[in-house]
Design a binder for this molecule. Structure first.
Ligand code: NDP
Length: 253
């Protein structure tokens, strides 16, 4: 357990990478506020956080809704104390030929992956700056630097959030508050669970033509969590600005 207990919010803590981040931060003995829409899944994560030495506070949160974000952060601060760390992890992807996507689908991606993390960050930053300490993490994707065709909206949201994070790093200089981008490659989670098997097969044969997804190894969510822990536990005076984590290519037989 680290000597200092901090209060951390993890959005999208009901599954996958967010759950792994919550458990990893909890194992430092920290208090972890778990945000997401599915209360039953948040409760499962809360059980894991507690088993691993953390204190969990599961609470429903919809990052597409500014009112929900405000209520969530207010309650977390009331119950757990001032927020030291925000991990903006919640995200979705809706694949398909761009011209076939409905306007509502594109809007949902933008609200979840781009506007949501910005609204969450702006909600916690004021008090962090006042206290002269804090960490805001943006879980991004390698699509930000290598956009994926048939995942155009998603790629645009991740590129957008990385630009916002870079600008924020500059705005925060001298405040003691750090912004970090954790850029993630393919990871085995429920992320594609709503895609049909035809969609998945189609993408796996389509992307390599563009030099993307050249092998099919994947990360475990814990691999991403380690990067987040490294960034937010780095001592004052160190700023981990950007980390990219990729699955290692298959080793030669
Ligand atoms: P999962 O689908 O397992 O997790 C996504 C999480 O986001 C869920 O906990 C979900 O919770 C939450 N979420 C979605 N919409 C909302 C919303 N409106 N409000 C609050 N929470 C929401 O996928 P991953 O763990 O893989 O994804 C986590 C992050 O990692 C995403 O930002 C994704 O873009 C990124 N990433 C993932 C990669 C991968 O290969 N898996 C690769 C690169 C980046 P709920 O449904 O309960 O609301």
């Amino acid at each position: 357990m680290s000597s200092e207990s901090r209060v951390a919010i993890v959005t999208g803590a009901s599954s996958g990478i967010g759950r792994a981040i919550a458990v990893a931060l909890g194992s430092l003995g920290w208090k972890i506020a778990l945000g997401g829409r599915r209360a039953d899944k948040l409760d499962e994560t809360a059980g894991l956080v507690s088993e691993n030495g953390g204190e969990a506070f599961p609470r429903t949160l919809d990052v597409t809704d500014a009112v929900s974000i405000d209520a969530f952060v207010t309650t977390v601060a009331d119950v757990m104390g001032p927020v030291d760390v925000l991990v903006n992890n919640a995200g979705i992807a809706i694949p398909g030929p761009f011209w076939e996507l409905a306007p509502e689908q594109l809007e949902r991606e933008m609200r979840t992956n781009l506007l949501g993390p910005m609204l969450c960050a702006r909600r916690v930053l004021g008090p962090m700056i006042q206290r002269g300490r804090g960490d805001v993490v943006f879980v991004s994707s390698d699509t930000a630097r290598a956009p994926r065709p048939r995942m155009l909206g998603y790629s645009a949201t991740k590129a957008g959030i990385e630009v916002a994070a870079r600008a924020l790093v500059m705005e925060l200089e001298g405040t003691g508050v750090r912004a970090t981008t954790v850029r993630v490659g393919p990871t085995l989670t429920d992320f594609a669970s709503e895609w049909s098997s035809e969609q998945v097969d189609d993408l796996m044969s389509y992307w390599p033509k563009y030099g993307i997804q050249r092998h099919f190894n994947t990360l475990h969510p814990d691999d991403v969590a380690r990067a987040v822990v490294y960034a937010v536990t780095s001592p004052p005076g160190v700023h981990v600005d950007l980390i990219e984590v990729q699955p290692e290519a298959p080793t030669e037989p």
